[in-house]
Design a protein around this ligand. Structure first.
Ligand code: Y43
Ligand code: MG
Length: 203
């Protein structure tokens, strides 16, 4: 089976990429398979910049084609926060429960009709000798008032998926990987991949 390297140390993302790449005939390797590889610092100001940083750093080190994911939750009532700071919203330890608790607290007094939010996923692909390319996907929804469901990772328990009327964490993994921001971005990447690999980057 062909192999694809995803520049992530996030186990939740790794599982989702495994599920999404399997039908395409790819075995997924992530940085969890290379625990000594240092975490890439996310110094960019956009999801796209951070995804490129991660993809290019790992691609240069491995001399291989690499895909990276930078993603997060954007809440209208919080002017787009936590945004690119989603992973460390409640501190350096990247604790999903603490991050969700902080959001729930900040949204305590936000009325039901003002709780719109979206997940955003930027994927970057980098390969030796090629300029990196990015695509993005979003998933629309609302911030719940308490955690619901046990699937997924990150902010999934407090995010009501608009088209499903269920918390993201209540969706089975196969359902999430049909409708998620990550799935939509990956669909776009799939379309662009042949021309990227053949070197015709403008196509
Ligand atoms: O489908 C999702 N469902 C719930 N939460 C999600 C999702 N997608 C991203 N998120 C949240 C998790 C984390 O708080 C942040 C990603 O931060 P982000 O820097 O991209 O990932 P990370 O540091 O965990 O791993 P890495 O950089 O090694 O890929 O957004
Ligand atoms: Mg990160």
């Amino acid at each position: 089976m062909q192999e694809v390297i995803i520049a992530t140390k996030n186990a939740g993302k790794a599982k989702e990429f495994e599920r999404m790449f399997k039908p395409l005939g790819y075995e997924v390797k992530t940085l969890l398979d290379y625990p000594d590889f240092p975490e890439v610092e996310e110094t960019g100001t956009t999801f796209e910049e951070n995804a490129i940083l991660k993809a290019e750093t790992v691609s240069k080190a491995f001399k291989r084609m690499v895909i990276a994911d930078d993603s997060g939750l954007m809440i209208d009532a919080l002017e787009g926060r936590p945004g690119i700071y989603s992973a460390r919203y409640a501190g350096e330890e990247k604790d999903d429960q603490k991050n969700m608790d902080k959001v729930l607290k900040e949204m305590e007094n936000t009325p039901d009709n003002s709780r719109q939010a979206r997940f955003y996923c930027a994927l970057a692909i980098a390969a030796p000798g090629k300029e990196a390319l990015t695509v993005a996907g979003t998933c629309e929804g609302f911030i719940l008032r308490e955690k619901r469901g046990a699937h997924g990772f990150g902010y999934d328990p407090i995010f009501l998926v608009e088209e499903k009327r269920k918390a993201m964490a209540e969706l089975k993994p196969e359902e999430k990987s049909q409708i998620s921001h990550r799935a939509k971005a990956l669909n776009k990447l799939e379309e662009l991949l042949p021309s990227y690999l053949s070197g015709d980057e403008k196509a």
